[in-house]
Unconditional design. Structure first.
Length: 279
């Protein structure tokens, strides 16, 4: 069997792994806490990923949301392996195309592999957010330092602390009231690096399949890329983000379908466009 065929077989194997994570491992989230998710969101993971301000995380606060936080911690652990499956699936497919003489597919290999560390970085930021919500960095039991002009987290200060403090110390303490606003801004960057890479390789896949004459298969990949662009333009609107997550399913399933079709191609035809005018 040729190396390209091995790459397409690897695509199918990694597809099974990609499907196994959300279907068999992640499971259904427990009930929400006392606060609802941001408008339009139905999926806790998406609501967390696309949070824009601390109020968007109210659904994770308090004892009522303890079970949900615990579930998210478990999902985050599994998600360290999930990118190896879904991004590996895409990389293996692009590698198979490259080995068939479609050298531009190498770009897709790079984009897919870059998604793995990007997803891990997003996971690290999410874990830091969940850890701070579970164990806040400040609280009434934490004693402030002796120096009244020392810059400390505002939640660590007793009432009336700023009666004699400098205005500069008071101003800075507001900015450092919690690390959550900073972590949320970091998460927005990390999230869009990951989703941006996914959008890029989805668009590249659509272009490669279109140039290869498999224009019907190019449609789901193109729609998936456009849905990610729409989510970005909408400012992470909950309704748009939830729709995007649904439209990415046929895009991801395009990889194994296309891999099967390339496996059916005759090796003698390698290097020429396959299936002109077909799916």
């Amino acid at each position: 069997m040729t190396s390209s065929r091995w790459a397409f077989v690897a695509t199918l194997v990694l597809t099974v792994a990609t499907l196994a994570f959300p279907l068999a491992l992640f499971g259904s989230p427990p009930d929400l806490g006392s606060a609802p998710m941001a408008e339009g969101f139905k999926t806790p993971i998406l609501a967390l990923e696309f949070a824009e301000k601390t109020e968007d995380l109210d659904f994770l606060q308090g004892d009522e949301a303890a079970a949900l936080r615990a579930w998210l911690v478990e999902v985050q652990f599994l998600d360290w392996f999930f990118p190896l499956a879904y991004a590996g699936m895409a990389a293996a497919f692009f590698l198979g195309m490259a080995l068939r003489g479609r050298f531009l597919a190498v770009i897709g290999v790079g984009l897919a592999l870059a998604t793995i560390p990007a997803d891990w970085q997003e996971n690290a930021t999410i874990n830091s957010i969940l850890a701070e919500i579970e164990a806040p960095v400040c609280g009434p039991e934490i004693e402030p330092p002796d120096g009244r002009d020392d810059v400390v987290l505002r939640d660590c200060l007793p009432d009336g602390y700023f009666d004699e403090a400098s205005s500069e110390a008071e101003l800075v303490s507001y900015a450092l009231d919690s690390f959550l606003p900073v972590r949320i801004e970091m998460l927005r960057i990390d999230t869009w690096v990951k989703w941006g890479l996914i959008a890029a390789y989805a668009a590249w896949m659509a272009a490669m399949l279109w140039m290869d004459g498999r224009r019907i298969l190019a449609v789901p990949a193109g729609v998936g890329a456009l849905s990610l662009l729409a989510t970005f333009v909408s400012g992470s609107n909950g309704h748009v983000a939830e729709l995007m997550s649904i439209l990415l399913i046929p895009m991801m399933l395009t990889f194994p379908i296309a891999a099967v079709m390339y496996l059916r191609d005759k090796p003698a035809e390698t290097g020429t466009p396959q299936g002109e005018g077909s799916a």
